[in-house]
Ligand binder design. Structure first.
Ligand code: UDX
Length: 449
């Protein structure tokens, strides 16, 4: 099938590459000429396992192309995806200006029936706004062309985006058109194997489904972080509690890992956007407001341990920091807990020696060169001359470090772990003082929590 994708960001690029891989002819449009040129030369703007070979082979095979020429794109695709960004505006609402600009562009160039599919995470009611924008533009140009609008939210996770797209749990389609339904079933048939994963519903429900999914997951995390904070105060161990509740299949083991807060491009933004949308219809979303507030405080947790340990005096300390990305297997630093921590450490007069397997360039891009930030080539070299270690992201490569070397290199044998990677008893055996999240009982006598 002939497909066009507007917006070569995370969602657009992965979706386009995966559709091309199963044989569809996909044209990607972006306003950024530089990005388009880079992609033609095999330079992929994001780190995502498996994406580079997928993009390159499909580009070389002629099934995937990149251009800034919107007219060409609109002419090509019978199915047109909108996958542009919806950045939060000042009050946290999703800003629809890019989505509506694409809707206008499509209307300007279309000369035959188009199925316009919204992939971007957008507030409930956006499909109606897209419809209105297309109609308004067609009327202004005195054109009479039919079209359908479909809401088809994306559920991919960074770091697992290609496999999530290749093997989706579900394909949610919000539409009021039989024709669009049939075409999208055909488009997704290669991914809809074993059992029927297509869930068809009205457009507004599909739009809300995306927010509900992300907000539910964010709620699980903030709930667990709140219980972790209680575990500390009660002298319990959250890791035991986690295993205890996860074994109940109604709760499950997923997304109940306590830590130093969730980050990324979706959870913080989507929770905020749904709170704002709720306000807009006169409803106070109290659970979601609390989810956001708990997460905000949780990102300050490691710094508060450090402050408490050093009785507020960390001026002149050198801090080894492992993990900068908001989660493993990505170089994405959006809303990363590491940023909140580093900024607090700098503010308090400490220096940071950081290592991350993928996010070093991104860190450099965000913070530039500054005398209180050193980016180190390995996790071991980050420990050189450091006073203590803080772990923010649970990269696999951090799970079995050389503890003896760690103790030897740090001027104080002290580890603050925002992702509960180690057992407190083992750390005590190595002579390392260990602060983790919500592990009050297990660290008694080992740290000052
Ligand atoms: C998320 C959703 O999972 C995905 O379905 C949606 O399409 C986009 O948003 P992503 O932002 O890529 O995906 O990351 P995810 O793996 O969900 O992790 C989000 C954050 O939650 C990370 O900062 C992670 O460290 C944190 N997290 C996750 C926890 O703190 N505890 C957990 O138990 C799970």
């Amino acid at each position: 099938m002939k497909v066009t994708v507007f917006g070569i960001g995370y969602v657009g690029l992965v979706q386009a590459a995966v559709l091309a891989e199963v044989g569809h002819e996909v044209v990607c449009i972006d306003v950024d000429q530089n990005k388009v040129d880079n992609l033609k030369n095999g330079v992929i703007p994001i780190y995502e396992p498996g994406l580079t070979p997928l993009v390159t082979s499909n580009y070389e095979g002629g099934r995937l192309s990149f251009t800034t020429d919107a007219q060409k794109g609109v002419e090509h695709g019978e199915l047109i995806f909108i996958a542009v960004g919806t950045p939060p505006d000042e009050d946290g609402s999703a800003d629809l200006k890019y989505v509506l600009a694409v809707a206008k562009t499509i209307a300007e160039h279309m000369t035959s029936h188009k199925i316009i599919i919204n992939k971007s995470t957008v507030p409930v009611g956006t499909a109606d706004k897209v419809k209105a924008k297309v109609n308004e533009t067609l009327t202004a140009l005195d054109k009479n062309v039919s079209f359908d609008v479909v809401s088809n939210p994306e559920f991919l996770k960074e770091g697992a985006a290609v496999s999530d797209c290749m093997r989706p749990d579900r394909i949610v389609l919000g539409t009021d058109s039989e024709k669009a339904k049939d075409k999208l079933r055909e488009l997704y048939a290669p991914f809809n194997r074993n059992h029927d994963k297509v869930i068809i519903m009205d457009i507004r429900s599909a739009e809300l489904t995306k927010y509900a999914a992300n907000c539910m997951l964010a709620t699980k995390i903030s709930f667990m972080n709140e219980i972790a904070n209680l575990a500390e105060l009660f002298g319990a161990d959250i890791e035991n509690v986690r295993r205890g509740i996860g074994s109940d299949r109604r709760i499950g083991y997923q997304f109940i890992y306590p830590g130093c807060g969730y980050g990324g491009s979706c959870f913080p933004k989507d929770v905020q956007a749904l709170v704002r949308s709720a306000n807009g219809v006169g409803y106070k979303a109290r659970i979601l407001e609390s989810v956001e507030a708990v997460n905000y405080e949780q990102k300050e947790k490691l710094f508060s341990y450090i402050q408490r340990h050093f009785k507020g005096d960390i001026k002149g300390k050198t801090v080894a920091l492992w993990g900068l990305s908001f989660k493993p297997n990505t170089d994405d630093m959006r809303e990363a807990s590491s940023r909140v921590l580093m900024e607090a450490l700098w503010e308090a007069g400490a220096c940071v020696q950081a290592y991350d397997p993928e996010a070093m360039e991104e860190t450099q891009r965000i913070y530039g060169s500054r005398s209180d930030l050193k980016l180190m080539g390995t996790k071991e070299s980050a420990l050189d001359g450091a006073d203590f270690l803080v772990i923010v992201t649970e990269w696999q490569a951090f799970r079995a470090p050389d503890f003896a070397l760690m103790k030897e290199k740090l001027s104080e044998p002290l580890v603050f772990d925002g992702r509960n990677l180690f057992e407190p008893e083992r750390m005590a055996e190595y002579g390392l003082k260990y602060y983790a999240i919500g592990r009050g009982l297990s660290v008694q006598g080992n740290s000052s929590i």
